[in-house]
Design a protein around this ligand. Structure first.
Ligand SMILES: Nc1ncnc2c1ncn2[C@@H]1O[C@H](COP(=O)(O)OP(=O)(O)OP(=O)(O)O)[C@@H](O)[C@H]1O
Length: 488
């Protein structure tokens, strides 16, 4: 790549040299070697350094003001559609006005001097910052936000741990966009209304009909522009942060055997999405301290029921009677990619007892090392277990599970399900689980609903002995019963 860039620059030099040779008029096109010599001569004068310092100071000030004001405006615009709609006309006016308008206004307000180029750069860069940051906030993964809502993560943490890190790729593109625009805006401002600076040097050379000077300043500006772009690009290559440490915390362990004696009762529930009726006068009871399973075809509304219980959706009509904290084991894991496993767990419980955590890791057949790993360093099976672990360290009363084992191979699935049973035996959560898989029902199911049709209806209800007390023969019998119904 570098080789081709050098070749590109050599071609420019050659074409320029030939143009100077054929025109043979230094007032129109000076020879490149003369221009470069002139450029070198700049570095011998004290005034040049004062000008350079002046231009760089304006760039830095323009950058600081634009980002300090632009980032909060961008965050607000991303979080509130109403705010964005009210603020959008201002941005549109700023963006569609020509730069000379700002120069004219700034000259009236600040006169010729330092602040006019800074103002111009602010007007050029501010909308870029606001629009990019707002786009970044809007594109934050909604699934992570849903996870944060279910686990009652405080707003401040949602902002710092989910929204702001999601902005990183947008901050990179913003920095790339700003770097070129900021430099150019400051120089235009200086050229037309500056007192000191590289742009002023260019302007004076033009007035003096000093073509060589104009070319030398232009080359210098191009070099400085390219370097500043490269510098900001390097700044934007942020490294993954340190993995941190796991603190030792002693905390009261919240293992309640009879944690919640109330069933989850759904009465006369209606829910539709744009005329797609999912639930119509739907009634169901999920029993406390039991593993309740909903088994049914794809797309009939099982996840919708879980989301209604978790209050991620609002019912159109009807009531859901429930009591206690809800942990959700999502189908798609929803671990925050830029946080280690421990930090993901810490988000839902700041004071995880260290001994308790070690015990749970053992239950789930996970080593302690996993805590300092990032989600992308985990296998699918490990992610599932961490997803289960997160729901448990939240110390819930109810656990919702949406096809939590679907992507696992059969032996891992069996292992993880047995690990879950170990925990359920001790803690007796109220579990509401969705699956397509009769095998999962046979291992885990205690109350089993077979759901059919649209709007959804209970086709059949089974009650089985506690799953952690059953043996494989009983499970086999359940599998046979369920398959008989499904295949009928
Ligand atoms: N937020 C939503 N907006 C619009 N439609 C939705 C929404 N959530 C679910 N639906 C629709 O409701 C129907 C039921 O979806 P749901 O995910 O609850 O089914 P499911 O039984 O869990 O399916 P699967 O087993 O494939 O996960 C589908 O037609 C789906 O497109």
């Amino acid at each position: 790549m570098k080789k081709y860039s050098i070749l590109g620059f050599l071609i420019i030099y050659l074409v320029w040299h030939m143009a100077a040779y054929y025109l043979h008029n230094e007032l129109l096109v000076p020879y490149p070697h003369n221009v470069f010599l002139r450029l070198l001569s700049f570095f011998k004068t004290k005034d040049f350094y004062i000008d350079l310092f002046s231009t760089i100071s304006k760039i830095i000030l323009g950058f600081i003001i634009s980002t300090i004001i632009g980032i909060p405006f961008g965050i607000l615009s991303g979080l509130s559609e109403k705010f964005f709609k009210i603020f959008r006309p201002t941005l549109m006016i700023i963006q569609s006005s020509p730069v000379v308008s700002y120069i004219a206004i700034a000259m009236l307000w600040f006169g010729i001097g330092f602040y006019t180029p800074v103002f111009v750069s602010f007007m050029v860069v501010f909308p870029i910052v606001v629009l990019n940051i707002s786009e970044g906030i809007k594109s934050t993964d909604k699934k992570l936000l849903e996870m944060a809502k279910v686990f009652e993560i405080p707003d401040k943490k949602i902002l710092t741990k989910i929204y702001i890190p999601s902005l990183v790729p947008f901050l990179k593109s913003t920095l790339n966009l700003i770097s070129g625009n900021l430099w150019k805006a400051v120089v235009i401002g200086e050229f037309l209304a500056g007192e000191r600076g590289i742009g002023v040097g260019l302007s004076f050379s033009k007035i003096a009909l000093d073509t060589e000077g104009v070319f030398a300043y232009s080359v210098l500006l191009a070099i400085l522009g390219l370097s500043s772009e490269k510098l900001l690009k390097n700044l934007s290559h942020l490294k993954r942060k340190d993995r941190g440490k796991i603190p030792h915390i002693k905390n009261s362990i919240n293992i309640k055997k009879e944690r919640n004696l109330q069933n989850i009762i759904i009465e006369d529930l209606n829910k539709q999405f744009d005329g797609n009726v999912i639930l119509q006068g739907f009634n169901i009871t999920f029993y406390h301290n039991k593993i309740n399973i909903m088994l049914g075809e794809s797309g009939i509304g099982k996840t919708t029921i879980l989301n209604l219980i978790a209050e991620l959706l609002k019912p159109d009509k009807g009531v859901i009677i429930k009591k206690g904290k809800i942990g959700y084991i999502f189908q798609d894991d929803r671990l925050i990619p830029w946080l280690t496993v421990y930090e993901n767990l810490e988000l839902v419980n700041e004071k995880i007892d260290t001994e308790e955590l070690e015990k749970l890791l053992e239950f789930l057949n996970l080593s302690k090392d996993v805590l300092l790993m990032y989600p992308d360093e985990l296998s699918g099976g490990m992610k599932k277990r961490i997803n289960i672990l997160r729901a448990i360290v939240y110390e819930p009363d109810i656990i919702l599970m949406d096809e939590a084992f679907s992507s696992l191979d059969i032996s891992t699935k069996y292992k993880v399900m047995n690990e879950l049973l170990n925990i359920q035996k001790e803690r007796l959560y109220t579990i509401v689980m969705v699956t397509h898989d009769p095998f999962e029902v046979s291992v885990l199911g205690e109350i089993v609903y077979i759901l059919k049709e649209k709007p959804i209806k209970i086709h059949k209800k089974f009650e089985f002995r506690e799953s952690y007390k059953r043996n494989s023969e009983e499970n086999h019998h359940i599998l046979y019963e369920i398959n008989k119904i499904l295949l009928a």
